[in-house]
Write a protein that binds this ligand. Structure first.
Ligand code: AMP
Length: 371
């Protein structure tokens, strides 16, 4: 847990020190913990004068190796790395998992401490983790939080039509929430570079478009997807899965790989041939599961499996090898049936978990997969 290294607020002294001397740090590190917009701005100011390159890695906390790989990338090319940890309510639908979203501040601090030591030992980095930004919703939404409903009124950034398809079709307020909070974070931190993961490919397309369309002076970097040994993309939400569903959760990755294989090795360019391979894996795996007894099986619903244009994310009927495409999908792992006594059902009793993943079909000169 972060603690105050020196405290001035409410210290009982007759002349309290100004609050600017209050320095909350992650213990045993030089990483500042900044909890307000004002404190972040005050931290940022001298770095502008000194022309230090500031890199920002936005996260919702519950840090895993995927987040850490983005922080490593940021440290390679930034003098000062800021990691934001903020569970932004605006990107959760009214019936989504905002209340149960994993909050793991002590382990997040431990992960950042360990990574910062690693960065200190590695001479090839330009910088290290300088600060974590952990703002409150009151600070991030100064006019009051506008609400999570689709028809909520407030100051929002909407990137359409790309924000309305695929993930946006299933989660109508999601990208509005993401773009809005990212613009706020960019305005507060004023980073030279921002780092996002390919894991959330539609998010990367939307952030790039927001940066272009709003003329934001920031360079967007995308890091590859970090995976478990069996191919499952790391996600803070994987903790909801529990043991039984975890074993089957690779179905989406396997489906997308089958589609990729059709394109890369089978020479297929048409939608049916490419996506047919993915749909077959998803259907065969479900059939295998349905043949099992209730207490052993896992069921899921395929939300979508898509082949889309890399810039607009509109569905493609055929891939132009010069442009490539994006294979992406979402699968909802349903709560297990007939849970057994003592069975590990996952965080919060193992609710339905929506998993997403993607593979980029690179343009012909650099054909390959994401890794
Ligand atoms: P989140 O905390 O889920 O909002 O994610 C914060 C950032 O980490 C986003 O840019 C994600 O795309 C990225 N990210 C999440 N999972 C992974 C992963 N498995 N590999 C690489 N980046 C990831």
């Amino acid at each position: 847990m972060a603690t105050a290294r020196s405290s001035s607020k409410n210290s009982g002294s007759s002349s309290p020190k100004p609050s600017s001397t209050f320095r909350e740090m992650i213990p045993s590190t030089r990483i500042r913990v900044l909890r307000t917009v004002d404190s972040l701005r005050a931290w940022r100011k001298p770095h502008a004068v000194d022309q230090r390159i500031v890199g920002l890695v936005p996260t919702m906390g519950a840090l895993h190796a995927g987040h850490l790989s983005l922080i490593r990338a940021a440290a390679r090319e930034s003098h000062e790395v800021v990691v934001s940890l903020y569970v932004n309510p605006a990107q959760f639908g009214v019936h989504e998992d905002l209340e149960s979203y994993p909050q793991t501040w002590p382990t997040d601090c431990a992960a950042l401490r360990q990574l910062d030591r690693e960065l200190a030992d590695d001479g090839s980095n330009l910088g290290r983790i300088s600060a974590v930004f952990v703002p409150s919703t009151a600070d991030m939404y100064p006019s009051g939080f506008p609400g999570q409903a689709v028809d909520s009124k407030g100051s929002f950034v909407s990137i359409t039509p790309v924000g309305e398809v695929l993930e946006g079709a299933s989660r109508p307020t999601f990208f509005r929430g993401v773009a809005t909070v990212c613009l706020k974070l960019f305005n507060v931190v004023q980073p030279d570079r921002v780092y996002f993961g390919q894991k959330d490919v539609q998010q990367t397309v939307i952030i790039r478009k927001m940066v272009r369309d709003f003329l934001l002076p920031v360079d967007v970097q995308i890091g590859p997807t970090t995976r478990e040994a069996d191919g499952l993309a790391l996600s803070s939400r994987n903790v909801y899965l529990g043991e039984r569903r975890r074993k089957v959760a690779t179905v989406l990755r396997r489906a997308l790989r089958a589609a990729e294989l059709q394109y890369v090795e089978g020479g297929a360019r048409g939608r049916e041939a490419i996506l047919g391979a993915a749909q077959k894996v998803a259907a065969d795996t479900l059939a295998e599961q349905m043949a099992l007894a209730l207490e052993n099986r896992v069921t899921y619903e395929v939300d979508y499996i898509s082949l889309s244009d890399p810039e607009t994310m509109e569905e493609l009927s055929e891939v132009d090898p010069k442009k490539g495409g994006i294979l992406s999908g979402a699968v909802k792992m349903l709560p297990v049936e007939a849970p057994q006594p003592g069975e590990d059902l996952g965080h919060s009793g193992g609710p339905a978990v929506r998993l997403i993943d993607n593979i980029i079909l690179e343009p012909s000169s650099t054909q390959g997969e994401d890794h």
